[in-house]
Each structure stands twice: as structure tokens, then as C-alpha cells.
Design a protein around this ligand. Structure first.
Ligand SMILES: O=C(O)CCC(=O)C(=O)O
Ligand SMILES: [Fe+2]
Length: 359
């Protein structure tokens, strides 16, 4: 974790996104899944939703979730608590970060950081909190142990502190993540093992995380908030305030802006899911560009497997491709170690591809 002194913050030169004259166009048709309709009990609606989820994961690696059931007042409270935390004086934010538990693995960056993303020189117009979160024994709604979230967003905050609001939010978003993962399994034709993905996120040692990002108003348009990257985990579930900025890379390599929607969640397929599905689901490249005069606040839950978990393409999916296995087996710990050695924009999966994947 790197925390900069106030003077240093202003001195860092920040990259602008390379673009032509025009910003990327909005994503024409954002794939959308209404979870309430999908899980209301009608088997036909459910299997149609599962197929739509699989299609979105294959084509974009990305979709929007409506009808998610996470209460609007909870979303408003967590957004307000995050904004209050980032409005604290720099010194208080740094002090709060010192309460965060020691890094779980060498090179990891739990805690608070400003403008520096990772340890290899990536910069962005962003400050963030990165927290390790663990699941209680098996239940999606079990109380959440946060690896050291700051106790309070402000000195005058009521006893219901930032940590508790985040805890409640994580419980809700983990439940949502599991419902989405079950639909992914069903959409892949793995309905016989509906917990094939959820068991990884619900494991007591699951390496899941929450990142709370704050992008202050941009001093000039087109500033890189968070550079292009894929998320390493199985799946990421994102929610932001109404400030735009998220962009995804389309299969043809062009970029598209995702219209913000504070009432919905957005799901990214991560690298680990691309491996488990033998490349059928696409780990989506995405970035955040800051142009807006209003600050953007986003929260991303990253569903990760336990460090010891051996990841490899699921046998049922390999069989369907005539036994062609695109990735070799590796542990999540091994993958994370590799991620920490690389820059944000690097393709990390290429080190784990088999010879048949590239032939
Ligand atoms: O802040 C956002 O909207 C996305 C950030 C992101 O991609 C990440 O934290 O991995
Ligand atoms: Fe990301």
C-alpha cells in the first residue's frame, strides 16, 4: 500500500486515455437480466434467463442485473458512508488505512491508496479502499468478517459505523453474486452441479475482496481513472452512483461506454471464470475514464476462490470441445502471485494457456 503526502499527490502526471476526437459511443444494447423474474419460480423464465446470462458472458463477458433485491436504502447508506469516508482529511484516511489487516499475500495491496494502482507504476485519477472479505461458514447471508475496514467514516458518524454498513452490503452482494453464479452454471448446462461456482465464493477461505473507488471530479476530460484491465477473480459485481465512466472492450477491440445506472448492478466475468469455462466465457477488459464534473463512487465485490483451490477447465466443458483443454491447472495462489508481478494492462492468462490454446 502506498499513501502519498499531500504535495506529492498533485505532482503525479496522470495519463489521458488515448482516443480519437470522440469518446467511445455508449454500448448499444447492454445485456440485461431481471433476477426477480428469473428466480420467481417459473422454470421456463429461469431457463430463458440462464441462457441469456450465458450468451452475455460469451459475447461480452458483461451484463447488467436488475430486479436484484438489494434494498435501495442500503445502497443509499453505503454510498453516503463511502462518500463521507473519502471526504475526510487525507491524514484521517491514511490513519484509517493503518487499521487494515496486514496484506494476505506478498505484494497485495489491502488498505487505502491514492492514484497508485498496484506496485508497478500504474496510475489513475482514483483513490480507493481495498478490503479482504471472508464468508461465514457456508451461508450467503452469514455475518461478514471484514479484514479491517475502518471503524468509522467520520468522527461524528453515528455508532452505526462504516464497517457495519460495508458488512451489511457485502452480505447482500455476496448473496446476489451467488444467484448470478447459479444462473451461469445453469446456462452452461451444468445444472446438475448448481454449486460448481458458488462453493468457491462461499468457502470460509474464499479470497473475495471489496474495492471502494472514489474518482474525484476530473480537472480535464478524458483522464484515466482506472486503466484497462481484466479482473483476475471468478466474477465481479459492481455498483456505482450516477456518475458515468465505466467502459468495456468489445470483441472487435473497440471501446464502448456503459451508461451508469445506480439502481442496477453490473457483472464482469473474471479471468478465473474464463479458465473454468475453458475460454467459453470471456473475461472482459474494462477501464474507467473520468470526464465528469461529479465524483464517481463505485463498489466492486470480487468473488474469488480459496488460495489452495486448483483451477482448471471443467471436464464437462472440455469434453464438449473434443477434449481440447485451453488452460493448464494451477492454484489460485499461483495465479495471484503472477498477477502481482504484472502491470494492470497485462494479459496474465497467457502464462497459463496450453499449447493447444495457441495452435
Ligand atoms: O470503479 C469502477 O467503476 C471500476 C473499477 C474496476 O474495474 C476495478 O476496481 O477493478
Ligand atoms: Fe476491474
Amino acid at each position: 500500500m502506498v499513501v502519498l503526502a499531500k504535495g506529492e499527490l498533485e505532482q503525479i502526471a496522470l495519463p489521458s486515455v488515448q482516443r480519437g476526437v470522440a469518446p467511445p459511443p455508449p454500448l448499444a444494447a447492454v445485456p440485461e437480466i431481471n433476477l426477480a423474474a428469473a428466480t420467481a419460480g417459473d422454470a421456463e423464465a429461469r431457463s430463458a434467463a440462464a441462457r441469456a446470462v450465458a450468451r452475455a458472458c460469451e459475447e461480452h463477458g458483461f451484463f447488467k442485473v436488475t430486479g436484484h433485491g438489494v434494498p435501495a436504502p442500503l445502497l443509499a447508506r453505503v454510498e453516503a458512508a463511502a462518500a463521507a469516508f473519502f471526504a475526510l482529511p487525507q491524514r484521517d484516511k491514511e490513519r484509517a488505512a493503518a487499521t487494515v489487516a496486514p496484506p494476505a499475500a506478498a505484494g497485495s495491496s489491502f488498505g487505502y491508496a491514492s492514484k497508485r494502482i498496484g506496485a508497478h507504476g500504474d496510475l489513475g485519477w482514483v483513490e480507493y479502499l481495498l478490503l479482504g472479505v471472508t464468508a461465514g461458514a457456508g451461508a450467503a447471508t452469514a455475518p461478514v468478517a471484514l479484514a479491517g475496514a475502518p471503524m468509522s467514516a467520520s468522527a461524528d458518524a453515528p455508532p452505526c459505523c462504516f464497517r457495519e454498513v460495508l458488512s451489511e452490503y457485502i452480505g447482500a452482494v455476496r448473496g446476489l453474486t451467488c444467484r448470478v453464479l447459479e444462473l451461469m452454471a445453469e446456462g452452461l448446462g451444468l445444472g446438475a452441479t448448481p454449486d460448481v461456482f458458488t462453493r468457491l465464493v462461499l468457502d470460509g477461505e474464499s479470497d473475495s475482496m471489496l474495492r471502494v473507488n472514489h474518482y474525484p471530479p476530473a480537472p480535464r476530460p478524458g483522464l484515466t481513472g482506472f486503466g484497462a484491465h481484466t479482473d483476475p477473480q471468478i466474477v465481479s459485481v459492481l455498483r456505482s452512483n450516477a456518475a458515468a465512466g465505466l467502459e468495456i472492450s468489445l470483441p472487435d477491440g473497440t471501446w464502448a461506454a456503459v451508461p451508469s445506472d445506480r439502481d442496477s448492478f453490473f457483472v464482469n466475468v473474471g479471468d478465473a471464470m474464463q479458465v473454468l469455462t475453458n475460454g467459453r466465457f470471456r473475461s472482459v477488459r474494462h477501464r474507467v475514464t473520468v470526464s465528469s464534473a461529479r465524483p464517481r463512487v463505485s463498489l466492486i465485490f470480487f468473488g474469488g476462490p480459496p488460495p489452495r483451490e486448483r483451477l482448471a477447465p471443467l471436464p464437462g466443458l472440455v469434453d464438449r470441445e473434443g477434449g481440447r483443454r485451453r488452460y493448464r491447472e494451477f492454484t489460485w495462489k499461483e495465479y495471484k502471485t503472477s498477477v502481482y508481478r504484472t502491470k494492470l494492462a497485462d494479459n496474465r492468462l497467457c502464462y497459463f494457456e496450453t499449447a493447444t490454446a495457441t495452435s
